[in-house]
Design a protein around this ligand. Structure first.
Ligand SMILES: NC(=O)c1ccc[n+]([C@@H]2O[C@H](COP(=O)([O-])OP(=O)(O)OC[C@H]3O[C@@H](n4cnc5c(N)ncnc54)[C@H](O)[C@@H]3O)[C@@H](O)[C@H]2O)c1
Length: 429
């Protein structure tokens, strides 16, 4: 669903803008310092596969965008993309698309192992870039891409749509305002019960279509899923972890894949606070969630809800049942009331935005990119959040493969005050 940015700002009670600057500084992209209503961004799409076409769908409806070209090496992707924008010029080689002088910006949605070269070439050719997450195949690639953005001054966005999801933006403001007390832990997971495979028309295309399952092209669940949820954790806690440890294994989908189907990781902050992330794709009972655990309350961002730690007095009927239970257990010889386990809080919580979430930020993220590319103004923090999200998942992946507890690799700090890694501070960390 496409969400208009006025609706978005209205949902946050923010039509004037500016108020969320401390929590989500990238929203300054909508500050309207320049009227772009009559302008059109000439955009190229590189890799209009599954994600690329979803984003193309939003962009094609944006009156400020002209999708002038697509580049892909797989004919079925080209055919499907032309159904969305039949007039787009088709390139089989992305480098030819980059030579097209009309094109001002590109969206890169190819497999992970191809991102870095394409993004470097695109910026070299003077194009603003939106690159899907995870940005690089390893940490060194991510740094090269970020440095190229700084060197060229071109706009650089990454596919972290939660940064533009109203429920996340609003909840982070509440977290940072201390509504949920002191946050000591962030727990997140992404579980499924399916093999994560795509149908392959011919066996020779297996590794090309199912690139996510092979080491040469992907780091599996860490780069595909953790990248989103780890960023939510550092956004909430306002800093980067100091150490990471983890374990990965293939336990259920022993089908020739090379990437883990069962992962647990633990990110530890310098003060001992923690961020847990895991994924299991042989059980989906708990689905996916990011939980922010504070001394006064909990936020569950995927559900779009928050829960206060102390709930209002219960209705008389429930109280009566509780008292009966206390009487029964109180009479047993082996335990008093302390026997009653600390079962989960039955509090049903409240919606962060007052209603069930309807959008996930992807449409707004593309709108923000268009605005930034048209004005040539890079919004604060957007490239840095994307960069660190990628570093966090790749660093975690390294801890898993080396089977070690790793310190944050200081050579990958960038100048970003929000996480205390501006150049002057990084030396002291
Ligand atoms: N932000 C999100 O929530 C989200 C969701 C899904 C995927 N993604 C990301 O989007 C990217 C693509 O994922 P997908 O599921 O769309 O994959 P996909 O396999 O469906 O699409 C990739 C496309 O790139 C094309 N391609 C491959 N190599 C190319 C090259 N050298 N030049 C041009 N085209 C090339 C393929 O032919 C295909 O059409 C990945 O980085 C993935 O992590 C992000």
């Amino acid at each position: 669903m496409r969400q208009d940015r006025r609706e978005f700002l209205k949902a946050l009670g923010l039509l004037g803008g500016g108020l969320l600057a401390a929590t989500s500084p990238w929203l300054n992209v909508f500050a309207e310092v320049k009227d772009t209503s009559a302008e059109r961004l000439r955009l190229g799409i590189i890799g209009p596969g599954s994600r690329g076409r979803l984003l193309m769908g939003f962009l094609a409806k944006n009156p400020k965008v002209d999708i002038v070209a697509i580049a892909d090496i797989y004919q079925p992707s080209i055919d499907a993309a032309l159904e969305i924008v039949p007039t787009a010029k088709v390139y089989k080689n992305y480098r030819r698309l980059l030579e097209d002088k009309r094109i001002q910006a590109v969206l890169v949605a190819t497999p992970l192992n191809t991102h870095c070269q394409i993004v470097l070439d695109a910026m070299e050719a003077g194009k603003h870039v939106y690159c899907e997450k995870t940005i690089g195949y390893d940490m060194a690639q991510c740094k090269k891409m970020y440095d190229k953005h700084l060197e060229t001054g071109l706009v650089f966005f990454t596919g972290q749509q939660r940064l533009f999801d109203p429920r996340y933006v609003k909840a982070m403001q509440m977290v940072h305002d201390g509504v949920f007390g002191e946050v000591t832990k962030v727990r997140s997971w992404w579980n499924r019960n399916r093999d994560w495979r795509r149908d392959v028309p011919e066996p020779r295309l297996e590794k090309f279509i199912n690139w996510r399952l092979y080491k040469a092209s992907s780091k599996g669940l860490m780069t595909e899923l953790a990248c989103h949820q780890l960023q939510v954790g550092t956004w909430a806690l306002g800093k980067l972890p100091a150490q990471v440890m983890g374990h990965g294994s293939i336990n259920y989908w022993k089908d020739g894949r090379e990437v883990y189907d069962n992962i647990s990781t633990l990110y530890i902050f310098d003060d001992g606070k923690k961020m847990e992330w895991g994924s299991d794709i042989a059980n989906k009972f708990y689905g996916l969630e990011e939980q922010i655990l504070g001394s006064k309350g909990t936020v569950e961002l995927e559900r779009g809800k928050f829960f206060y730690e102390e709930i209002a007095p219960q209705p008389a009927f429930i109280q009566m049942i509780n008292e009966w239970q206390q009487d029964i257990f109180g009479d047993t010889a082996f335990a008093g009331t302390s026997w009653v386990a600390e079962t989960a809080n039955p509090n049903r919580g409240e919606y962060i935005l007052g209603k069930k979430p309807e959008v996930d930020g992807s449409s707004l993220l593309t709108e923000a990119f268009v605005e930034a590319a048209l004005t040539g103004r890079q919004p604060a923090g957007i490239a840095e959040e994307g960069y660190y999200a990628s570093i966090l998942c790749l660093w975690g992946h390294e801890a898993i493969t080396r089977n070690e507890r790793l310190d944050f690799p200081k050579e990958y700090y960038i100048d970003y005050d929000v996480y205390g890694t501006s150049e002057s501070q990084a030396a002291e960390i």
